[in-house]
Design a binder for this molecule. Sequence first.
Ligand SMILES: Cc1cc2nc3c(=O)[nH]c(=O)nc-3n(C[C@H](O)[C@H](O)[C@H](O)COP(=O)(O)OP(=O)(O)OC[C@H]3O[C@@H](n4cnc5c(N)ncnc54)[C@H](O)[C@@H]3O)c2cc1C
Ligand code: SF4
Ligand code: SF4
Length: 413
Amino acid sequence: MKEQGKHAQTRIADVVENDLCIGCGLCSAVTHGRVGMVLTPSGSLRPGTTDDFSAEEEAILTSACPGIGAGPRPEPTWIDEGREPDPIWGLHGSMVHAWAGNPEIRYEAATGGVLTALAVHLLETAQVDFVLHVGPDPERPMRSRGVISRSSAEARANAGSRYGPTAPLARVVEALDFGEPFAFIGKPCDLGALDQLGTTDDRVDALCRFRLTLVCGGQSKLTKSQALLAAFDLDEDDLALFRYRGHGNPGPTVIETKDGRTFTKTYQELWEDEASWDLETRCKLCPDPLGEAADVSAADVWPDASPSGDDAGFNGIIVRSEVGEALVANAVDRGDLVLGDPIAPREFDAFQPHQVRKKVALAARYEGMRDAGVTPLTAEGLRLEELGTRLSKKEADAEQAGTARRMRALRHD
Ligand SMILES: Cc1cc2nc3c(=O)[nH]c(=O)nc-3n(C[C@H](O)[C@H](O)[C@H](O)COP(=O)(O)OP(=O)(O)OC[C@H]3O[C@@H](n4cnc5c(N)ncnc54)[C@H](O)[C@@H]3O)c2cc1C
Ligand code: SF4
Ligand code: SF4
C-alpha cells in the first residue's frame, strides 16, 4: 500500500518544509508584520519563522494558505443556469481578445493593458477606493513590493508583469482595516488565498469588490533576475530601473543603472531556456494557474505561447463571474477597454500549450507527491482527475516518478 501524507500540510511549518510556500505574504499580514517575509539564499520569499504563530493565526493561515490547496469560486447563477466548466479553463463567461482603450496604458503595460485599464476604470468611476497589487520597489527596482494604488497614475506606475518573488497579500489586513471598497490584482494563487481568507474574515467579501488575475506560467526565484545582472556584470545596488517587460508587447527587459547605462534583453532571450526559469515548487504543482477564483483573468495570446516580436498589445480575457461581465461591459462603454474577436476554449489551448500540459500532468504529479509521503494540494473542483486520464500510462508514470524524486530530494528523504 502507498505511503500517504507522512508530511501532511497541517501547519504552516509543514508547507514551508515541503517547499510548497509561494511567498504570498499572508503569514506577514495575519501576524501584523510580526512574522516578516524574508528572502532565502535560494531566492524565494518565505515567512521568517514558522513557530511563532498563535493558535488563532495558525488556523486562519492554514485555512487560506495556497501551499495547502486551491479551488474555483463558482458563480452560483451560472451553475444554476446549468453551465458546465470547460475541462481546462473551468467555468467561464466571455472569452475574448481585449486591450486598454488608452493607447499609453496599452503600450506601457505587460500585454494589452487590460488589468491596468480595469484598475483605472474602477478608480476613476469611484467603484473602489483603492487597488491592492504589486509594483517595483523604488529602493531595489529588481524586487517587488505590495502597493495600494489610490489614483490612476499610481495604478499605471505599477503596470507590468513582475517576474520574481512577490508578496501581494502582505498588505491585505492593512487593506481590510481601511474599511473601504477595493479591487485586488494578483496571481491566481494569491487570489485563491484571498478567497479562502474570506471564510474566516467577513470583510474580504464585503470590501474586496473586484478580483482580477493573470494567467500564470509560474513565479521565478530572484536567482533568475540575479543571473541576468551577473551576465551584465552589474550589482543590484547599481540599479535605477528594472522593467521585466512592457513598453511594447511583450517589450524588452530593461535595466538602467544609476550612472546612466542601459542594458536590454528580449523576452525570447530571457525565457528561451526553460531550464533557467528557476520556478518555485508550488508552480510545478499549481492546480489553478488559470485564475478560477477571479472575476476576470487576463492572458497573452501568442500562438504556441511564443511572441515572434513586439506587437501593439493584445490580451485574451476569461470572464468568470457576473461581476466580471458587468465590469468589462462598463469599461467598454466608457472607452477604457476595447474588445476584439471571441476566443474559443480550444483556441486558448493553442495560446497556452504549457498550461494544458501542466493541467493534464497534475494528477500524476500528485501521485508522485504521495509516493514521497507529501500530501498533495487540495484541488476540489479543478478537474485534475478527469484531465489526468488524457495521459498515457507511460507519460503518467514518468510524471509521477519525476515528482516523487524531486519531492524526496527537496526533503532530503
Ligand atoms: C509570474 C508571471 C507569469 C506569467 N505567465 C503567463 C503565462 O504563462 N501565460 C500568459 O498568458 N500570461 C502569463 N502572465 C501574464 C502576462 O504577463 C500579463 O500579466 C497578463 O497578460 C496581463 O497583462 P496586462 O497588460 O493586462 O497587465 P498590466 O496592465 O501590465 O497589469 C499587470 C498587473 O499585474 C500585477 N502583477 C504583476 N506581476 C505580478 C506578480 N508577480 N504577482 C502579482 N501581481 C502581479 C501588477 O501589479 C499589475 O496590476 C504571467 C505574468 C506573471 C507576473
Ligand atoms: S504561501 Fe503564503 S500563507 Fe502559505 S506559508 Fe507561504 S506566505 Fe504563508
Ligand atoms: S504558477 Fe500557480 S503557484 Fe506559481 S505563481 Fe503562478 S499561480 Fe502561483
